[in-house]
Design a binder for this molecule. Sequence first.
Ligand code: PLP
Length: 223
Amino acid sequence: MIKNHINAIQSQIRRAEWVYSRLPRAVLLLAVSKTKSAQAIAEAYQAGQRHFGENYCQEALAKQIELGAYDITWHFIGPIQSNKTKLIANHFSWVHSVDSFKIAQRLNDQRASSLPPLNICLQVNISGEDTKSGIGLAELAELSQSIAALPNLILRGVMAVPEPELDFEKQSQPFRKLHKAVAELNNPKLDTFSFGMSADLDAAIAEGSTIVRIGTALFGARS
Ligand SMILES: *Cc1c(COP(=O)(O)O)cnc(C)c1O
């Protein structure tokens, strides 16, 4: 079952890459496995899936222990509490949800020197609601500069979760705006755009997404 879902989403991604003139395989499928069992992850792995995203630190660590023999790249995509930064810094390859210098600094200071630098994205609040986490677009330039000085982090790009919209053009606008803001920073290291979920996958890929984050469409609804 999960295998069929992965194949279907991969086909949709490949098709969108072609339709919107992206390079083949420019877009990575991140399987969001929060609340799902290690067994579900193992099933996705058997179908070829290697990148998994988790939102809750303790839950993710329990699954990582169970799946220790698997060659999985783990991405942290949830809100980051200060008291969890040490675990997050050392048990993930990617953190998509960095939204302050303080959190970036803690991740940098706590990342073990035996590990390669941690890949991070800044979470940007592109819809501009007060309720959502993420930095404002106006903070992007300064924050990316200060993070560049942290040796144990590599700032790879941005992550966004815009307000749900049904219309393709309305879905595209915030992605386009964010893509433009990053391009204006003129930093070739910023090669990652973590945006696009099930409902806005095509618009995201049209606007330059390099990582799409899909949960429900792969694993089924969360209880
Ligand atoms: C849960 C989650 C997803 C996946 O959402 P689905 O609706 O299950 O596809 C993607 N990104 C983030 C940040 C999430 O928290």
